[in-house]
Design a protein around this ligand. Structure first.
Ligand SMILES: [Zn+2]
Length: 178
């Protein structure tokens, strides 16, 4: 993801256990009988059950757990998960675009193609119909660049690679000969 996910989810443990306020980070919190955490500093409150679900979705997204599987694990409607995933993907892309304006990706770069959307009917893999393709360029220090590409061909891929990387970067593709 955008920053080191281990550190992010390590911090999240305090929120999940109800020790820290999610809004202001204060440790002066009380637990209510209805399962809420109430902050004595900013006076806001948050349902622990809801917070745990939100963090589980974030973690699933960061670990690339498929939406239907996460939905099954959490007992939530798969549509809800895919909607949140879409918003997160858009947010990651937006941040990557903003960062991309300041500096192009450099250093060692991993290329990865991920297929999302729809049920797996018919053909799988590249060329499968009705699938949205998210193409990602992952930088080793954790910064990521993603772009939604509707039609994957060597040309479109190379065009994206060339606009987002500096010359001399290493292209490390997992069994991709595009
Ligand atoms: Zn607070």
């Amino acid at each position: 993801m955008v920053t080191g996910s281990h550190r992010v989810f390590g911090c999240a443990a305090n929120f999940v256990r109800g020790r820290t306020c999610v809004f202001c980070g204060s440790f002066r919190v009380n637990r209510t009988r209805r399962g809420y955490v109430k902050c004595r500093t900013c006076r806001r409150q948050k349902s622990l059950a809801k917070l745990r679900r939100e963090i589980a979705i974030l973690q699933g997204f960061s670990q690339q757990v498929p939406a239907y599987r996460l939905a099954h694990d959490l007992g939530v409607d798969p549509k809800v998960i895919s909607r949140v995933y879409q918003k997160l993907r858009a947010a990651v892309f937006h941040i990557a675009e903003l960062e991309g304006m300041a500096s192009k990706l450099s250093g060692e770069i991993e290329l990865d193609e991920a297929y999302f959307g729809g049920r797996r009917k018919g053909r799988r893999g590249r060329g499968a119909a009705g699938k949205r393709v998210v193409f990602g360029l992952l930088e080793r220090d954790g910064r990521v660049y993603t772009k939604v590409v509707e039609h994957v061909s060597a040309d479109t891929l190379m065009a994206h690679i060339q606009t987002t990387t500096r010359k001399g970067s290493v292209y490390d593709t997992d069994a991709f000969r595009g």
